[in-house]
Design a protein around this ligand. Sequence first.
Ligand SMILES: Cc1ncc(C[n+]2csc(CCOP(=O)(O)OP(=O)(O)O)c2C)c(N)n1
Length: 332
Amino acid sequence: MNISTLDKSFAMQMSRDELLRAYRTMIEIRAFDERIEKDFAAGKIPGFGHVYLGAEAIAAGACHDLAADDYIASTHRGHGHCIAKGCDLEGMMLEIFGKAGGICGGKGGSMHIADFDKGMLGANAIVGGSPPIVVGAALNQKIRKTGKVAVAFAGDGASNQGTTFEAMNMAVVLQVPAIFVIENNGFGEHTASSYSVGAESIAARAAAFGMPAEQIDGVDFFAVRESMLKALERARTGGGPTTIEMKVPRYLGHYIGDPQAYRTPAELKAARAIDPLVTFREKVVSAGLLDAETFAVIDLETYARVEAAAEKALEAPYPDPSALERDVYISY
Ligand SMILES: Cc1ncc(C[n+]2csc(CCOP(=O)(O)OP(=O)(O)O)c2C)c(N)n1
């Protein structure tokens, strides 16, 4: 593997604790969504499931330097964003299984997890829903001069939505502290982004709205974090919005159970061969910062914790019917 001097020195600027925190986030996302995939496929979870497998470095790298009171808004593929922003793992598991005690009382499910205490404004089943929400949150920060930022995660498919265009334009016009993270996994449902995105790149299209934008490797945690740090500095110092297009593989189908007849076996194999966790481990071990055994111990501990959370969620009761009409409207 080719490790550039920049990557190496950037990794070396992180303390051991920071590197461990970054890896723990990624392996938690991996273990969590592997378990979710299994239980969805077995019919134990209601609704639809979209997993974040293959994109772990994006959520972990983009949220690494956010505080609890910075904001994010997510997508239908949002488990990774929730975990990286600090949502409780057990609470998420209960929520996805539709059980009492879930983060949203078990009434939201996979595509509607929100936790305002953690700055997580919500997963979103509406493709292109997160950019306008984030511009509103960012405008609020600007007006109140909090120095906080808001980050929208959106896919390549969402990047084609009018909501995204309007949000990007407004973010530039109002110079709000917003960051648009476009996760380009090559597909919107079953349509390749090479067909559906009519521009040279999504970053180039964002730049046309008048903001700094770049395209990076979303498999590399260090590249994601480095790009985010620049955007965060810009946002926190009144420099306005940024877009970062991050390229990643999509390991599975659009949803759990998607037969993927539109991808050849060779394409699927090639996608699975690109692994953000392996990339991270190789960089950190070869730079002499952590050893392979440390990672193995974390892996074991994390998978056990995720399994325990899933078993607890399987056993947990569904919400009481009396909860049906609660939390429908908000009162200020
Ligand atoms: C407004 C709207 N249009 C269409 C859909 C149906 N839909 C759900 S996910 C999806 C594809 C989204 O693709 P992308 O934004 O690239 O995210 P990915 O699934 O690749 O993470 C579509 C079209 C929707 N949920 N909302």
